[in-house]
Design a protein around this ligand. Structure first.
Ligand code: ZN
Length: 159
C-alpha cells in the first residue's frame, strides 16, 4: 500500500490518462488501493492521476458502497446544478462548480464487465469530477468562484 495523493501543480494532474486495455491484477490492485486511500481520506471519489497513475480508472463512493470504474464514459447528462466542491489534490480550496444534475456513466467494472450507473446528487458530481481528472481538468478550471480555507477547515467531502 504505497499510494499517496499528488497535489497542486504536479504535472501528472494536467495530463490526459490513457485507456486501460486489459483489466489484470495490477489494475484490480490499483482499484482496491484507491478505494482504501479514498476512504482513509474521507473522500467520495478519487482518480488514478491523483495517485500518479495516468490510467482511466476512478473510484467513487456510491450508496451501496465503493465502485471502481475502468474507462468511464459519461453517456447522458441531465440538468444543471451549482455547488461548492473540494478536491483531495487541492487541499484548502473550495470551488463553486456547475455540473449536470444527473449522469449515466458507462464503464468496465473490476472484473471487466460492461456496466452502467445512473447517478444523481453528490454521486453525479463526484463522477463528473473524477472523469475531469482523467482529462487533466481541475475544479479551478471550472470554478465560478474560489474559496481558500484556513488550515484544518473544510467539510471533508473532497474528490
Ligand atoms: Zn479532485
Amino acid at each position: 500500500m504505497g499510494l499517496s495523493i499528488v497535489t497542486y501543480d504536479a504535472p501528472v494532474l494536467r495530463a490526459v490518462s490513457r485507456p486501460v486495455r486489459r483489466i489484470n491484477r495490477t489494475v484490480q490492485q490499483l482499484i482496491d488501493e484507491m478505494i482504501e486511500l479514498m476512504r482513509g481520506e474521507q473522500g467520495i471519489g478519487l482518480a488514478a492521476p491523483q495517485v500518479g497513475e495516468l490510467r482511466r480508472v476512478i473510484v467513487v463512493e456510491a450508496e451501496k458502497g465503493p465502485v471502481g470504474m475502468v474507462n468511464p464514459r459519461i453517456r447522458e447528462r441531465v440538468g444543471s446544478v451549482t455547488a461548492l466542491e473540494g478536491c483531495l489534490s487541492l487541499p484548502g480550496i473550495l470551488a463553486e462548480v456547475t455540473r449536470a444534475e444527473k449522469v449515466r456513466v458507462e464503464y468496465l467494472d473490476r472484473e471487466g464487465r460492461r456496466s452502467w450507473l445512473d447517478a444523481d446528487g453528490l454521486l453525479a458530481r463526484a463522477v463528473q469530477h473524477e472523469v475531469d481528472h482523467l482529462n487533466g481538468i481541475l475544479i479551478t478550471d471550472r470554478a465560478l468562484s474560489l474559496i481558500a480555507l484556513g488550515v484544518g477547515e473544510g467539510d471533508g467531502r473532497c474528490e
